[in-house]
Write a protein that binds this ligand. Structure first.
Ligand SMILES: *[C@@H]1O[C@H](CO)[C@@H](O)[C@H](O)[C@H]1NC(C)=O
Ligand SMILES: *[C@@H]1O[C@H](CO)[C@@H](O)[C@H](O)[C@H]1NC(C)=O
Ligand SMILES: *[C@@H]1O[C@H](CO)[C@@H](O)[C@H](O)[C@H]1NC(C)=O
Ligand SMILES: *[C@@H]1O[C@H](CO)[C@@H](O)[C@H](O)[C@H]1NC(C)=O
Length: 333
């Protein structure tokens, strides 16, 4: 017995030693592997960009998520220069909704320093430009790259980051007036955007087409046994939203803040319908939603001003598994 167990001890001793050597060996290899031959400067190099700070939350999140994604491609630390009070307002807005996202950034309370190198990148709001092109050797020498672009509205800037971005969201459980997604309730969230979209010629869903799409979604979603569909209407035009709900059973209205709406979507939206094709807030409700089942007004059938100029490429803007729904006879001003 004793001899046998000694034999085993020796065996395990050798095994552990071997494993330890292996771990140490791979550990020493790691830094080189990780950074592709630019190891020394990685942490001390930075990337920043213009930000459309006076725009609303959906735009803000797009820019920050994309710059974060780009910074990882380039192995640089993402930086925000708080250039004036509008930047501070933008930060406050984002912190309320998705605080974890800002924790990924270095925030400097100063104007853009002289030694940055300005680089033209992402000149169109909603088409993807591959950040790999910023990896050229000359550019990589610079300590701070400052991109001149704005908006960065393409999911391709932050591939495979959905669960991380969802994790950055503020979470909240208190939505007393709205339905909870569960085995009995399939929650479909309908996002309405109107007000300022009329002024800029963005597509706006009409009441008739929104009702049609709601009817279509009812037939298209896959329900559990005993599950019924409820609809929650979100948006910026309370009278219009009320008119959609009139006389309907299982319809609800959200009068919560933007950050609460995103927290609700993460927990409860089994499906999301983006009724105004280019609403970035609607986009984020869909992207961050519980069910990841997203319907959107197909911008290809509209006269949306951004789509018409070619600045929005649908394949870069909408995720491939999202379902476009044809909208006809829509309002266009
Ligand atoms: C801050 O700078 C941005 C551009 O970088 C500009 O759009 C905004 O109006 C400025 N805000 C103030 C208060 O000057
Ligand atoms: C940034 O600096 C300005 C003036 O120098 C100051 O008023 C403001 O509070 C600072 N902001 C932060 C977040 O520290
Ligand atoms: C829902 O619509 C999509 C896209 O048109 C289609 O592929 C899918 O089969 C539909 N599902 C159901 C249950 O009708
Ligand atoms: C787009 O504009 C054209 C020309 O003004 C018009 O004929 C068409 O009906 C419009 N389409 C939609 C979906 O509003």
């Amino acid at each position: 017995m004793i001899i046998v167990s000694r034999g085993f001890s020796l065996y395990f001793f050798l095994l552990w030693t071997f494993l330890l050597v292996l771990v140490v060996y791979f550990y020493t290899l790691l830094p080189e592997n990780e950074v592709n031959g630019t190891p020394v400067f990685e942490e001390r190099k930075f990337i920043s960009s213009n930000f459309a700070v006076s725009k609303q939350l959906g735009n803000n999140i797009f820019e920050l998520a994309s710059i974060l994604g780009i910074s990882r491609v380039l192995h640089r630390t993402p930086v925000i220069f708080l250039q004036n009070s509008t930047y501070q307002y933008m930060l406050n807005r984002v912190i309320q909704s998705i605080p974890g996202l800002l924790e990924e950034f270095l925030v400097l309370n100063e104007t853009v320093p002289d030694q940055v190198v300005w680089v033209d990148f992402n000149r169109k709001c909603c088409t993807f430009e591959n950040p790999q092109k910023l990896k050229n050797w000359k550019l990589q020498e610079n300590e701070i790259i400052y991109l001149t672009g704005l908006y960065y509205q393409s999911f391709k800037y932050f591939p495979n980051m959905r669960s991380e971005l969802r994790g950055f969201l503020e979470t909240s459980e208190k939505f007393p007036t709205l339905p909870k997604s569960d085995n009995k309730n399939y929650v479909t969230c309908v996002h309405i955007r109107r007000s300022d979209f009329f002024d800029v010629g963005f597509h706006v869903g009409s009441e008739k087409s929104i009702r049609e799409v709601i009817g279509y979604i009812k037939t298209n979603v896959t329900l559990l046994q005993d599950q019924k569909v409820s609809f929650v209407i979100f948006g910026d035009d309370i009278n219009f939203m009320r008119s959609l709900i009139q006389n309907q059973v299982n319809y609800y209205l959200s009068e919560n803040s933007d950050s609460e709406d995103l927290a609700y979507a993460k927990k409860n939206c089994d499906a999301v319908f983006i009724s105004s094709a280019h609403s970035t807030f609607g986009w984020w409700m869909g992207y961050l939603s519980k069910g990841n089942q997203v319907y959107y007004a197909d911008i290809r059938g509209t006269n949306d001003s951004v789509y018409k100029t070619g600045d929005l490429k649908p394949d870069d803007y909408y995720l491939p598994h999202w379902i476009p729904v044809k909208v006809e006879a829509d309002i266009f001003v």
